[in-house]
Structures are given as structure tokens and as C-alpha cells.
Design a protein. Structure first.
Length: 114
């Protein structure tokens, strides 16, 4: 079973930036692509961004123009560069493969607050 480990979260002021990383124990991102999801307090987990195995990207409307997903196949890692963060971006961020079929990791907390 592939394990996913997210990191890079933290407390940031509105307008700030963070870069999240997710490393997999197996080579899933180059085969299946990768994705980032988030779960805000009291809400369901939602898809934030995906990158396919051939590199096409798509984003939730709420993050378009602010977030960028990328991957490093050699490191079995996907990244989420987040800029111009807003309080509504607060939540626990999780990664998975493009189709969301891997076991979820522990996530990384992102808090946007002044």
C-alpha cells in the first residue's frame, strides 16, 4: 500500500504564500498523476487541483490564478504552490493520486489568519 506524507503547512497572514509537498512511497504520480484536496472545519473534503500523468492541470474555481500544482517524478512528489492566500483557504490539505484511490495521509494544516 502506498503511503502519502504531506508537509509544508502553517500559519500565514492573508496575502501570503505557502508551498505544500506530498511524497509517496511508490511511483504513483508519474503513472496516475496527482491531486490536492482540502477540508475546512465543518465541511466536506473538496478537490483543489489535479495534474494528470501527461501534465495537464485543472483547478477549483476558488483557487484559479492563485494555486499551482506541479510534480517531480524522480522524487515521487507533488507540490502545491499557494499564493495570495485568503482566510477561506484555511483547512487540512491532503494529497492523493489523480483518481483519489490511494489511502489518505495525515494531511497538513493551513491556517490563513491575521
Amino acid at each position: 500500500q502506498v503511503q502519502l506524507v504531506e508537509s509544508g503547512g502553517g500559519l500565514v497572514q492573508p496575502g501570503g504564500s505557502l508551498r505544500l509537498s506530498c511524497t509517496a512511497s511508490g511511483s504513483i504520480f508519474n503513472v496516475y498523476g496527482g491531486a490536492w484536496h482540502r477540508q475546512a472545519p465543518g465541511k466536506q473534503r473538496e478537490l483543489v487541483a489535479r495534474i494528470s500523468n501527461v501534465g495537464s492541470r485543472n483547478y477549483a474555481d476558488s483557487v484559479k490564478g492563485r494555486f499551482t500544482i506541479s510534480r517531480d517524478n524522480a522524487k515521487n512528489t507533488v507540490y502545491l504552490q499557494m499564493t495570495n492566500l485568503k482566510p477561506e483557504d484555511t483547512g487540512v490539505y491532503y494529497c492523493n493520486d489523480y483518481w483519489g484511490v490511494q489511502a489518505w495521509g495525515q494531511g497538513t494544516q493551513v491556517t490563513v489568519s491575521s
